[in-house]
Design a protein around this ligand. Structure first.
Ligand code: PLP
Length: 394
């Protein structure tokens, strides 16, 4: 790209050709009635009692900076939530509220990674972990996962990737984009591996309360001896449908949270006060809303899987989060997932994302978000079936 300012940009700015998502968004802009299964942003509204708490806080003057770690009652409520749902025990100065969990990834990378340090990430996995590490000139080491393990990470798969420079191991459980849960026994093995090689674990548990069937998430920090080397990253975006409020948190040992809080302060000063008060209502108020949303996603998950079964497209068993990861190559159309997504959008008006966005080592998979009601999902599956037929007939 050669715009007048291109030469002035820092080297870390990657001037790639038009990004695939941008291209798809551009196509979608010119179309009506697109069914969007792309972004991981719930279509569900933030529950009314949470919105009301935000409104009340604003009316009462919550319009200022707060303590850099977050307002005390929120940190107390988060500590209580972690104890209840994860089992680890955190003090209020071991929790840092951030403007979204994603912001936390960059704080961690800046606080812990030097140039040349290595961070091990699942592949496919949530890509900002890699972007954050690259900002610190760290090396991102991807552990490729495949259908053989239903795209779940195992200690056995990780170990060959560990070197002298390995510093951080990222576990995303449930994972995005694959929707898979790492079983509790495997989490124990991964924790033992981290201990053996003196690694810090980032345990991303942002989807941990959205699991299906008998799948449950073992919180890494709750395992014996692990709290001191684990940073739990989570937030309110997914379980409480609060993406637009931009609020998440990190929980970790004091000797990591304190320096990270300095970086967080330099970056953000504090998280928006209004969002903190809303999150306080989320964490300390009635929890039925989370179960209702989980059940809603479960019904949608079944609708997507039934649709894919009808089309004859294989997929990783979705066990948690709100994504289904499906294999385009299983359709035998001879096209990549990128081309499939573009054609599906242009011809079927259904948007989903190719797996390559999440670092996938093949261009075979697509990610579908469960962010539409069941009727729209059924319609999307019917449109997809018809596009598949068109391609097959060519
Ligand atoms: N972690 C995972 C695995 C995610 O998928 C996301 C968002 O999609 C985040 C963290 C960040 O969420 P937020 O910044 O909204 O808290």
């Amino acid at each position: 790209m050669s715009t007048p300012n291109a030469k002035r940009l820092a080297k870390r700015v990657k001037l790639s050709e038009e990004h695939l998502i941008t291209r798809m968004l551009n196509i979608a802009e010119g179309l009506e009635d697109v069914i969007k299964l792309g972004r991981g942003d719930p279509d569900l509204d933030t529950p009314p009692h949470i919105v009301a708490a935000g409104q009340k806080a604003l009316a009462e003057g919550a319009t200022h900076y707060t303590h850099p770690l977050g307002i005390l009652p929120l940190r107390e409520a988060i500590a209580e939530q972690i104890r209840t749902y994860g089992g680890a025990d955190y003090a209020v100065d071991e929790i840092m509220v951030t403007p979204g969990g994603q912001h936390g990834m960059f704080v961690i990378a800046l606080a812990l990674l030097n140039a040349g340090d290595e961070i091990i990430v699942p592949c496919p996995g949530y890509n900002p972990y890699g972007q954050a590490a690259e900002l610190s000139d760290a090396k991102v080491v991807k552990v490729p996962m495949g259908m053989e393990t239903n795209f779940t990470l195992t200690a056995e798969m990780i170990e060959p990737h560990i070197t002298e420079r390995s510093k951080i191991l990222v576990l995303i459980n449930p994972n995005n984009p694959t929707g898979t849960v790492t079983a509790p026994d495997e989490v124990r093995k991964i924790a033992a591996l981290a201990e053996k090689h003196d690694l810090i674990v980032i345990s991303d548990e942002i989807y941990a309360r959205l699991t299906f069937g008998n799948h449950t998430v073992q919180s890494v920090a709750a395992l014996p001896g692990m709290k001191e080397r684990t940073i739990t990253l989570s937030g309110f975006s997914k379980a409480y449908a609060m993406t637009g409020w931009r609020i998440g948190y990190l929980a970790g040992p004091r000797d990591l949270i304190t320096p990270m809080s300095e970086i967080n302060h330099a970056f953000a000063i504090s998280t928006a006060a209004v969002s903190q008060h809303a999150a306080l209502a989320a964490a300390s108020g009635p929890q039925e809303c989370v179960e209702e949303m989980r059940a809603t996603y479960d019904a949608r998950r079944q609708a997507i899987c039934a649709g894919l079964d009808r089309i004859g497209m294989s997929y990783a068993e979705p066990q948690g989060g709100f994504y289904v990861y499906a294999d385009v190559s299983s359709l035998g159309l001879g096209i990549t997932a990128g081309t499939f997504c573009e054609r599906l959008l242009a011809e079927g008006k259904v948007m989903m994302y190719p797996g390559t966005i999440y670092g996938d080592h093949t261009d075979d998979f697509v990610r579908m978000s469960m962010t539409q009601p069941v009727e729209r999902i059924n319609e999307a599956m019917a449109r997809m079936a018809s596009v598949v037929e068109t391609i097959r007939a060519e």
